[in-house]
Design a protein around this ligand. Structure first.
Ligand code: ATP
Length: 233
């Protein structure tokens, strides 16, 4: 198992946000975490990355406990994060955004370099000297994903990558994620069930800080009650 969350509890002050989240992602899987606005998807991602410290529970990455570890350590261990708000460096160019994030794997391997990004993400190539702040929302999203890739992680967390993007860009993003899926392990948080279930092998549904359903892609697609109750499709 690459990632294993067991009974994670997170509070924001008095507010009890994650009420015992357990989930697992195996090597090579694309697992989605589906849920409505405010269900706790982002908080789950933040807990894994070390931005939100769990009061109880365990988070194991490649068998090693990381719950409560600082963000830089989690990144160094090999988790790449693409946050909902993208956090592109707006005063750096596209190329510089990639250069600052570029790191070989712990074993020295480099599957992804900035040059490979420009080959695979052809839309970014002509933008390499453009400042991050001047990119469109879709371009920023691509750059945020590319930036996570050049850190050569063992796992990527994608938080609502389609949010705020035009349908044509969402479709393009889906194609890119399908490509990445071939040699990357991904945990994808999404409200857009159609988008996520088109890509995922398995999924979990989160509601009010608890996992209320888990199943394979086909089970999730076939379960109309789950679709109507928890997902606005
Ligand atoms: P969204 O799609 O809106 O990002 P989400 O499923 O990712 O939804 P979270 O952002 O994890 O949900 O939020 C879960 C709950 O925690 C919500 O009720 C939200 O209002 C609350 N919350 C989130 N961030 C904070 C914070 N910094 N302080 C207090 N409460 C917060």
């Amino acid at each position: 198992m690459i990632l294993e969350l067991h009974d994670i509890h997170v509070y924001y002050g008095e507010s009890y946000v994650l009420q015992g989240i357990s989930l697992r992602v195996a090597k090579g899987e694309l697992v989605c975490l589906l849920g409505r606005n405010g269900a706790g998807k982002t908080t789950t991602m933040r807990a894994i990355m070390g931005y939100a410290s769990p009061k109880a529970g365990s988070i194991k990455f490649m068998g090693e406990e990381i719950a409560g570890s600082p963000v830089f350590e989690v990144v160094r261990k090999g988790i790449g994060y693409v946050p909902e708000d993208r956090r592109i460096f707006s005063t750096l160019t596209v190329e510089e955004n990639l250069e600052v994030a570029f790191r070989p794997k712990k074993n020295g391997e480099t599957l992804w370099t900035p040059e490979k990004v420009f080959d695979v993400f052809s839309l970014l190539k002509p933008l390499r000297n453009k400042k991050g702040g001047k990119l469109s929302g879709g371009e920023q999203q691509l750059l945020a994903i590319a930036r996570a890739l050049v850190s050569n992680p063992g796992l990527i967390l994608l938080d609502e990558p389609c949010e705020g993007l035009a349908p044509v860009i969402v479709e393009f993003l889906g194609e890119i994620i399908k490509e990445l899926k071939k040699d990357m392990t991904i945990l994808l948080a999404e409200q857009n069930a159609c988008f996520a279930l088109n890509l995922a092998d398995r999924g979990y549904i989160i509601e009010k800080g608890r996992i209320c359903y888990e199943g394979s892609r086909d089970e999730l697609i076939a379960n109309e009650e789950v679709q109507c109750r928890y997902l606005a499709v």
